[in-house]
Design a protein around this ligand. Structure first.
Ligand code: PLP
Length: 411
C-alpha cells in the first residue's frame, strides 16, 4: 500500500492546509475541508449569477435553475438514482426531520405502529423519532449493538414485529467507524414489509452508494461532510413515496395552483423544496462530487483504510490509551473513525492539550450518547481520517498524545 497516493499534491487543492500549514486536522467526520474549486464556484455564484429561481422567467433565473438542476443530475448519478428522487434541504439533520414528520402526517406512522432505531445512531437519526412518537403515538424500539459494538442481523430479525413500519439506521457510525451492511439490512426489512431510512452522513463520505441496487426508501446526508459547502442537505426519497402526499413543510415554490379551498402541488422533487433554496451551495456541491470522483473512490477508500491501519498500529503501542470497538482488524467494515480515551483523563482535557500542539480532534459524546451509555463512559476522543491526511499527521498526533500523558502526569 502506498500511503501517500498523491496526497501532497492533493493537499495543495485545499486552501485550509495552505493557510494553516501547521495544523493537523483529524476531525473530518465533524466537517471536511473544501477543495478550492468548491470555494471558487460558491464565490462565482454570488459574483456572476446571484438571483432567485422559479420566481421569474428571466434569463438569469433560468440560468441559475439550470445550474442547480445540473448539480441535482450529478448527485443523482453519484448515488445511482433518478433526479426526481433527490431533494435539497439544509443539512442531514433537517433532512431526517423532514422525512420523520412527512411519514407521520401522511399516516405511514401512527398509533400502534413501531419504529426501530439503533443504539449506534447519531442523535439526528434518533431524536426526531423519539419526539414525534410522543405526538403521533408510535413506539420506538432499539436495535442494540453486540459486545463487539456491531449490529447483528439476527437481532434485527428478532425485534421486527407485525407492527414495525420503519427502520432508521446509520450507514456508518460517527463514533465507531462501523460500516453497516445496508444491502442486507434492506433485504430483510423489505421481506418483512418495513421501510428503511438510512442516515448516510458518514457513510457516503467513505463508501460507494448504489441506491438502485439497494432499493431502500430514504437516504440522507450533508454536503459539508462530503467536501462540499455548509448549509446544504441532500435527501433521496424513493419515487414510490413521492406521489400525492401532504408536504411536511410548505410555502412558495412547491405548488402549481392555490386557492383557499384547493391546492395543487408540483411533482417531486420541487414538492419537497419550499422556499428559497441554497442555490450557491447547490451549484458548488457539484464540483465537490466531481473532485471526489476524479480522485477515484476506490483508491480513496483503500488509502483511508491504509492510514487507519497505521493509526491503529501507533495507537496500540500507547499503554495509556484505551481504544473502543472491535479494531482487531481494519478493513472496509470499520475504518476512518477511531474512538479512544486516555486512561484516567477526561476527553476535554486531552483535546485541550492536543490543541496546544495544533492537533484538532473531536471530543465529548459526538451526539451519540447511546453508544457512550453502552460503553459506560461520558465521552471519548475521536480521530477521523480523510484522504487529505498523511502518515505525518498521524505521527504528529501520536507525539502530541505522548505529551498529553507527560504534561498531565507532571501536575
Ligand atoms: N448523522 C451522522 C452519522 C453524523 O455524523 C452527523 C453529524 O455529525 C449527522 C447525522 C448530522 O449532520 P448535520 O449536523 O450536518 O446535520
Amino acid at each position: 500500500m502506498n500511503y501517500y497516493f498523491d496526497v501532497f499534491k492533493i493537499r495543495k487543492d485545499f486552501p485550509f492546509f495552505i493557510n494553516n500549514p501547521d495544523i493537523i486536522y483529524l476531525d473530518s467526520a465533524a466537517t471536511s475541508h473544501k477543495p478550492s474549486i468548491v470555494i471558487e464556484k460558491e464565490k462565482e455564484f454570488y459574483e456572476k449569477y446571484n438571483c432567485n429561481v422559479h420566481r421569474t422567467s428571466g434569463s438569469f433565473s433560468l440560468k441559475v435553475e439550470e445550474m442547480c438542476e445540473n448539480s441535482r443530475k450529478t448527485i443523482a448519478n453519484f448515488l445511482n438514482c433518478d433526479e426526481s428522487e433527490i431533494f435539497f434541504t439544509y443539512s442531514a439533520t433537517y433532512g431526517i426531520n423532514y422525512i420523520a414528520y412527512f411519514l407521520c402526517i401522511n399516516e405511514y406512522l401512527g398509533n400502534d405502529d413501531e419504529v426501530i432505531i439503533t443504539e449506534m445512531e447519531h442523535h439526528a437519526n434518533l431524536l426526531p423519532f423519539l419526539n414525534l412518537s410522543k405526538i403521533f403515538g408510535f413506539k420506538v424500539k432499539v436495535w442494540k449493538m453486540n459486545e463487539k459494538l456491531e449490529l447483528d442481523i439476527e437481532e434485527l430479525q428478532k425485534i421486527i414485529s407485525d407492527k414495525t413500519k420503519l427502520l432508521a439506521v446509520t450507514h456508518m457510525s460517527n463514533v465507531l467507524g462501523v460500516v453497516n451492511d445496508i444491502e442486507n439490512i434492506v433485504k430483510i426489512c423489505k421481506d418483512r414489509g418495513l421501510m428503511v431510512l438510512v442516515d448516510g452522513a458518514q457513510g457516503i463520505v467513505h463508501n460507494h452508494v448504489d441506491l438502485k441496487k439497494w432499493d431502500l426508501d430514504f437516504y440522507v446526508f450533508s454536503a459539508h461532510k462530503l467536501y462540499g459547502p455548509l448549509g446544504l442537505g441532500v435527501v433521496y426519497v424513493n419515487k414510490k413515496h413521492s406521489k400525492k402526499k401532504k408536504p411536511a413543510f410548505s410555502g412558495g415554490s412547491i405548488i402549481s395552483y392555490v386557492s383557499l379551498d384547493k391546492i395543487t402541488y408540483l411533482d417531486s422533487p420541487y414538492f419537497f423544496e419550499p422556499g428559497t433554496q441554497a442555490f450557491a451551495q447547490i451549484f458548488a456541491f457539484k464540483y465537490a462530487i466531481e473532485y471526489l470522483k476524479n480522485l477515484n473512490l476506490e483508491k480513496v477508500k483503500m488509502y483511508e483504510i491504509g492510514l487507519t491501519k497505521y493509526l491503529l498500529e501507533k495507537l496500540k503501542e500507547l499503554d495509556f490509551v484505551e481504544i473502543y470497538g472491535n479494531y482487531e482488524e481494519v478493513n472496509d467494515k470499520r475504518f476512518a473513525i477511531v474512538p479512544f480515551n486516555v486512561v484516567n483523563l477526561h476527553s476535554h482535557d486531552v483535546s485541550f492539550v492536543l490543541d496546544r500542539f495544533n492537533v484538532l480532534i473531536r471530543v465529548g459524546h459526538h451526539c451519540a450518547q447511546l453508544i457512550h451509555h453502552k460503553l459506560g463512559i461520558p465521552g471519548s476522543c475521536r480521530v477521523s481520517i480523510a484522504f487529505y491526511n498523511t502518515k505525518e499527521d498521524i505521527d504528529k498526533f501520536i507525539e502530541a498524545l505522548k505529551q498529553v500523558k507527560f504534561l498531565i502526569s507532571k501536575n
